[in-house]
Design a protein around this ligand. Structure first.
Ligand SMILES: [Zn+2]
Length: 363
């Protein structure tokens, strides 16, 4: 054991305390001379890597104290690496919501959070901020859309569009509203006991937010509800009937708890597709959806085509990879490549040879 003046390959020398067997110490010193960096150069490389990631993905400048910012930048760069490394099938909207957060404190608070859980937390954060920033009185004049027959209720349902979100507030309880909101993947946001509103989050698979909103409003009006709407474009789409209906039948790729790549098949509650989906090879029922191992992706592709499911970019890639593997006479991959699970090394390591997620590539 002792302190050695070690010559590093970067051209600097530094005093290093080395322990262990003589052979190991000699090995360390020889490696340092060939490819090691002194701690100052290593730190500089780390900073450069973070700056490169920030430039590549046009990440916003963070707000906070210098110390918070420096820490949060490391965490955020790590998360970008996780998004790429996991090849987790998140929508572009999800990824942008997370990477758009510019408060250093938020990143620090979530430094221990799994990357695939961040989109949900980012949504909560953004919604909370939108609530706070919202003026007491709506600036835009509301437009009232009425059903052709006698309305079911006298009070209008208020639909507010804040892409990618759509909010739906009703002051009365009616089952059809709940059914429609659920079919649009609405999440109930409780404000007080017995009051709240629905938040619908659109993404590229479901369709353009304005078209999704127009579809929602049309369905509500068709069920006999009066709708108050503050968006001219959406009102126009509803009145002319020129919107593209939202698609809520989705296939995405996800990682199971065991780190296996699965096709995650989800559909609106009011569509009765459980039996058909459950009959796919290896199908598992997971939280109102069915997951099928990637090995059976061909059956999933057939199922998706038959029932009009939208495929995420990663699902398309999985289908292509499977077809290519079959053409080559091999077997398709059944598990994620190395580094599937996110709870391993928390070091700031962004691999150089990653496969850029399609959603990230669009930035
Ligand atoms: Zn150096």
């Amino acid at each position: 054991m002792g302190t050695y003046s070690v010559q590093f390959s970067c051209g600097h020398s530094q005093d290093v305390r080395l322990h262990g067997r003589r052979r190991d110490r000699e090995y360390y010193i020889s490696r340092a001379g060939q490819s090691g960096k002194c701690s100052a150069c290593e730190e500089q490389e780390r900073k450069d890597r973070i700056a490169r990631i920030e430039a590549e993905f046009e990440l916003p400048e963070l707000q906070g104290t210098d110390k918070q910012i420096s820490w949060a930048r490391s965490i955020r760069a790590f998360v970008v690496g996780e998004f790429q490394r996991l090849r987790f099938d998140m929508s572009q909207t999800d990824i942008m919501a997370v990477l758009g957060i510019d408060e250093a404190g938020w990143w620090i608070d979530h430094r221990e959070t799994r990357a695939d859980e961040l989109p949900r937390l980012a949504d909560e954060h953004l919604l909370l901020k939108a609530k706070i920033a919202e003026p007491a009185v709506d600036a835009a004049p509301a437009h009232i859309l009425r059903p052709s027959d006698t309305p079911v209720t006298a009070t209008p349902i208020v639909v507010t569009i804040k892409p990618p979100f759509i909010e739906l507030t009703s002051h009365e309880y009616h089952k059809p509203i709940v059914t429609i909101a659920r079919d649009f993947r609405g999440e109930w946001q409780r404000v007080t006991r017995g009051s709240g509103y629905w938040v619908i989050k659109t993404d590229p698979l479901s369709g353009d937010p304005l078209h999704v909103a127009a579809d929602l409003v049309s369905q509500l009006v068709a069920k006999g509800f009066i709708v108050s709407l503050d968006h001219d474009g959406v009102r126009n789409l509803v009145e002319t009937g020129t919107f593209t209906p939202a698609v809520w039948r989705h296939v995405r790729m996800v990682l199971s708890r065991r780190g296996r790549l699965m096709a995650h098949i989800s559909w609106p509650l009011s569509d009765d597709l459980y039996r058909q989906a459950k009959s796919l090879p290896g199908a598992l029922y997971v939280n109102r959806a069915v997951q099928v191992p990637v090995i059976a992706i061909e059956s999933v592709a057939d199922f998706a085509e038959r029932y009009g499911f939208a495929l995420s970019p990663a699902t398309r890639r999985a289908i292509e990879r499977h077809a290519a593997a079959l053409a080559n006479g091999g077997t398709a991959e059944t598990a994620m490549p190395r580094g599937g699970a996110s709870d391993e090394s928390k070091d700031l390591v962004v691999p150089e040879d990653y496969d850029i997620h399609e959603a990230l590539r669009d930035f």
